[in-house]
Design a protein around this ligand. Structure first.
Ligand SMILES: [Zn+2]
Ligand SMILES: [Zn+2]
Length: 258
């Protein structure tokens, strides 16, 4: 079946571009073209100054056939993470959905950027994985996120641990279950050097066995990427026996049939 919701998108891309109905409308149009019924706008928290929830309300009025969700992707940026957290706390009641993610491993540059592989390989890869999952666990335990983004982003450049990744991620999955959080299944990994969905299938199956719910996502940084590879994603959901996905209204989760 074709997924109906895209719960990870960046209307501002990677720069400050305040939300207006004109900025958001092409994203709604793209969602509709792809047969989606829901899209969550989840700009990076470092661009929170551009997130205008009133502009979103006006866009909602113009698109009553779509569920347009107010979200944010809050990460562990050593410079902006604290201000991002304060912003999330301040706007919690008007947000539908908060994604938690880790893009930093101690350095001031995102490890998932092109040319940053050395951040993973300057020590044993297993250590990088353990460090990464520990940082994701801290986000999961923050009490400020509904769902974790790209759970195994650490594989982005194609480096794999010697230890079974299932063993490395298990403690984190236990926290995700205990906290009642969701995980996203993101097509973004298919367009990255690793060429594999986030998270990989065996992690999806383990999370499913634990009863952890999933969202579906593209991590679009352009409206042209909304719903990207969702046919392939739908086939993967079928293979994994996933028949319903999570949607959020003011952080209240509802499971809907795909
Ligand atoms: Zn991210
Ligand atoms: Zn993102």
């Amino acid at each position: 079946m074709l997924p109906f919701s895209d719960y990870h998108s960046h209307p501002q891309g990677h720069r400050h571009q305040p939300w207006t109905p004109e900025l958001l409308q092409p994203w709604a149009d793209s969602a509709r073209r792809h047969g989606l019924r829901e899209i969550a706008f989840t700009d990076h928290d470092r661009y929170h100054a551009g997130v205008d929830l009133d502009a979103l309300d006006r866009t909602r009025e113009a698109n009553p056939d779509l569920a347009l969700r107010a979200g944010i992707e809050w990460d562990n940026d050593p410079v902006t993470g604290a201000a991002g957290r304060a912003w999330v706390e301040r706007h919690w009641d008007r947000l539908d959905f908060v994604l938690g993610s880790v893009h930093y491993l101690g350095a001031s540059r995102m490890f998932d950027s092109i040319g940053e592989e050395a951040q993973l390989t300057d020590r044993p890869v297993d250590e990088s994985y353990r460090d990464y999952f520990a940082r994701v666990q801290a986000m999961a335990e923050s009490g400020l996120v509904d769902c974790l983004a790209h759970l195994d982003l650490i594989k982005i450049h194609g480096h794999r641990p010697a230890t079974d990744v299932l063993a490395l991620v298990e403690p984190l999955l236990q926290i995700v279950r205990a906290r009642g959080l969701a995980l996203e299944i993101s097509t973004a990994g298919w367009r990255k050097p690793v060429g594999e969905v986030y998270p990989e299938k065996k992690l999806i199956l383990r999370a499913k066995a634990l009863g952890i719910p999933f969202t579906t996502a593209s991590d679009a940084h352009s409206h042209a990427q909304v719903g990207e590879n969702f046919e392939r994603l739908g086939a993967l959901l079928d293979e994994c026996g996933i028949t319903e996905v999570a949607v959020y209204d003011r952080h209240r989760r509802e499971m809907k049939k795909v």
